[in-house]
Design a protein around this ligand. Structure first.
Ligand SMILES: [Zn+2]
Length: 158
């Protein structure tokens, strides 16, 4: 496996090339999100296997599970990148529906366990304004006490 980040545009890829990318973890959209979080001073962990759906980014201190979803694979509603292929629709239809169902189940399980679930769509990672708003929305969430006392205590009482 190479660590190369694929080129920004996926327009030139064949379907099988796109498919080969689906399981990869360090995709360009993911890297964009991580960079934005890092630049804002937020610390995170990646791909926590013990959480439903294995969220791409986890910010434990704000109890945020963040997914960076490919528009095609996760059927971004109304997005041109999520257009159904013109061939083999009997294959893609059920496959994409299953993905969507899995996303729904995972997000539901995470929310039930007290997580704030954020989804950043692939197409949104190209929009600086949306990225900015996403990062800001994380700052508006309360810091979890247990972690705050351990990590961010400046004026400690002892
Ligand atoms: Zn999209």
């Amino acid at each position: 496996m190479t660590a190369k980040v694929p080129p920004k545009s996926s327009g030139g890829l064949t379907r099988s090339q796109v498919m080969a990318r689906v399981k990869s973890t360090d995709t360009a959209p993911e890297m964009t999100v991580r960079r934005a979080l890092h630049a804002a001073g937020l610390r995170y962990r990646l791909h926590l296997k013990n959480l439903p759906g294995r969220p791409d980014v986890v910010l434990s201190s704000r109890r945020v599970a963040l997914f960076v979803h490919g528009c095609f694979w996760h059927s971004h509603a109304g997005c041109r990148r999520a257009r159904m292929p013109s061939t083999r629709q009997d294959y893609w239809g059920p496959k994409l529906a299953r993905n969507q169902e899995r996303d729904f189940t995972n997000e539901h399980a995470l929310r039930n366990a007290g997580w704030n679930v954020l989804v950043v769509w692939e197409c949104q990672t190209k929009d600086a304004e949306i990225m900015h708003r996403t990062v800001q929305s994380i700052f508006e969430l309360p810091i979890q006490n247990a972690l705050r006392s351990r990590k961010h205590r400046c004026g400690s009482s002892r």
